[in-house]
Design a protein around this ligand. Structure first.
Ligand code: C5P
Length: 308
């Protein structure tokens, strides 16, 4: 029996511990070696039975999120309904806490949350693995956002292998006053490679590989070793596009972070802390530096979307 009442889930953000960008493929995506970690910053997604599909958004940055059928969460509800032979008769409400255009997979979290909420609302009996398969049609990061935890993502990021994490890692995220467009950052990376006469197509480059040092550090639960092996190929082009990012990275590193890096395609920056106390201190120092609009203190790994 389908439920008649609302279902609310909270869906986590992610940080990329490794983002290695290989060549541009003919389908417009890049080959990646992505190491994802789900962290404890959340959007809330509520699905309520209705006569037709509709979507509303509230919370931080809501005015920058499309509140129509182009929203990834609305597309998720439509896709799941089509897959199960139902009509997408649901009202979706998203309460934003995660940065918009922030590189923390906020939009993918909303899509994953909508899949999980609608699956429960419509009582479809699907597993998370089945939802993750479907999620690849919505975006490269959505399958990981359905599963959570820690995972290696190959291909365009959607071919996932769960990873062992030996500890909970503590992070501070500095939310920028600006966003960065994901396609624009990837395109800038391609231009940079072309201008430097470097190979840039998937046909001319080997597929990127996960860092063994990073996977070992992650499994060992050693934040110092993890800090030494974090990497994001897009950090230098994103910093060239938004030079203020360098100031945020410098402020976080100077306040005792073990490492600082760009999150995904930005514009959020992430700082790994030795422990929860250090994370609070780094967050205070980052706010005092005036180089970001807000901070988020979070830990990971955390599971994928959870029903509230
Ligand atoms: O998969 P998603 O829709 O989130 O990707 C958004 C954009 O990011 C793509 O249109 C593409 O420009 C870029 N992208 C990419 N390679 C990937 C993932 C995303 O070039 N592996």
């Amino acid at each position: 029996m389908p439920r008649t009442r609302s279902v609310t889930v909270r869906a986590p953000a992610k940080v990329n511990l490794q983002l290695s960008v290989g060549g541009l493929r003919e389908d417009g995506f890049h080959e990646l070696a992505n190491v994802y970690l789900a962290v404890s910053g959340y959007d809330e997604i509520t699905a309520t039975p209705a006569d037709r599909l509709s979507l509303t958004v509230s919370g931080a940055g809501a005015e920058r999120v499309p509140a129509d059928e182009s929203n990834l969460a609305a597309r998720a509800a439509t896709l799941l309904a089509k897959h199960s032979g139902a009509e997408p008769n649901v009202r979706i409400h998203i309460t934003k806490h995660l940065p918009v255009a922030g590189g923390m997979a906020g939009g993918s979290a909303d899509a994953a949350g909508a899949l999980v909420a609608c699956e429960a609302l419509w009582n479809l009996g699907m597993t998370r693995a089945e939802l993750a398969c479907l999620a690849a049609e919505l975006g490269s990061d959505v399958p990981f956002s359905v599963l959570g935890g820690a995972a290696l993502g190959l291909g365009r990021g959607e071919q996932l292998t769960p990873l062992v994490c030996g500890a909970t890692y503590h992070w501070v995220f500095a939310i920028a006053r600006f966003g960065l467009s994901t396609p624009a950052v990837y395109a800038a990376q391609d231009r940079h490679r072309q201008e430097a006469d470097l190979p840039f197509t998937a046909a001319d480059m080997p597929a990127p590989q996960p860092s063994a040092q990073l996977l070992d550090a992650l499994a060992a639960g050693d934040p110092q070793a993890l800090a030494a092996s974090l990497s994001n190929d897009l950090e230098s082009v994103a910093t060239a596009m938004q030079p203020d990012l360098a100031k945020t990275l410098a402020a976080g590193r100077a306040s005792g972070a073990l490492a600082g890096m760009l999150c995904g395609t930005g514009a959020t920056t992430g700082f790994l802390a030795a422990d929860a106390g250090a994370a609070e201190h780094i967050a205070e120092q980052l706010m005092a530096s005036g180089t970001c609009s807000s901070t988020l203190v979070a830990h990971g790994p955390v599971p994928g979307p959870v029903l509230l």
